[in-house]
Design a binder for this molecule. Sequence first.
Ligand SMILES: [Zn+2]
Length: 256
Amino acid sequence: MRTYFLYSTLILIVFGSCHKDHTELKQTIQDKKEKVNTLNKELNTHIDKAVVLDSLISIRSISYLNKESLLNSKSLDSFVNLEHLSDDFVFDLKYATADNFLKQAVYDCTACYTRLRTALVLLKINHELKDKGYRIKFFDCYRPLDVQKKMWEIYPNPSYIQNPAKGSIHNKGGAVDITLVDSLGAELDMGTPFDHFGKEAHRDYTELSEEVIANRKLLTDIMIKHGFWTIRTEWWHFNHLGGSQNKVENFTWDCD
Ligand SMILES: [Zn+2]
């Protein structure tokens, strides 16, 4: 009986200390994992800032104030309003007016948000275009998911409106609807207006004047050169590379 008691005590001590060692080891691993995560986050912030700086160096036309606000952005995935970034962009945000296929305003006021990584590329493109006498005019940028749902209710045609169940790259902050304007602010002739839901707006439609074909090519070539991709049915729509990997958002912006 005494032997049994002694063995039991010994086993308890051995197991007890093993359990304690195991718990300590688990804690140490957890601490190390957290440290690695923190270091990774810091590293990513530095990489993001380096990318922002690199882009800003090549974009001379941004005011000092905006450079500061860009550098203070949390990451390349954060959202920025392009209206605040550069005076060289032109905005005609159709969904803040009734001048769109919905025949009603679905934004309370204008704003052109994209992810910072997309905004930086758009700044670069606009800078390059300005040297040629053109600028980007925006019709739509980030679009809250609720607005996507409203559009889908009115016009459930997947050739033009992405099903909100899947989410559009506009909802992810990586897509823009744009055209080009000349140095006087006049839109270049693209053959159809924005949101023309017909074959004339398709990228493979060729019964267009030489001028229209050249204008569409000018816009498309520069966007593709800088990492955007297109969809077949809309000459005005561009998705930023990797934009589909971000998550769908539904925030709306404050109106002053
Ligand atoms: Zn679009």
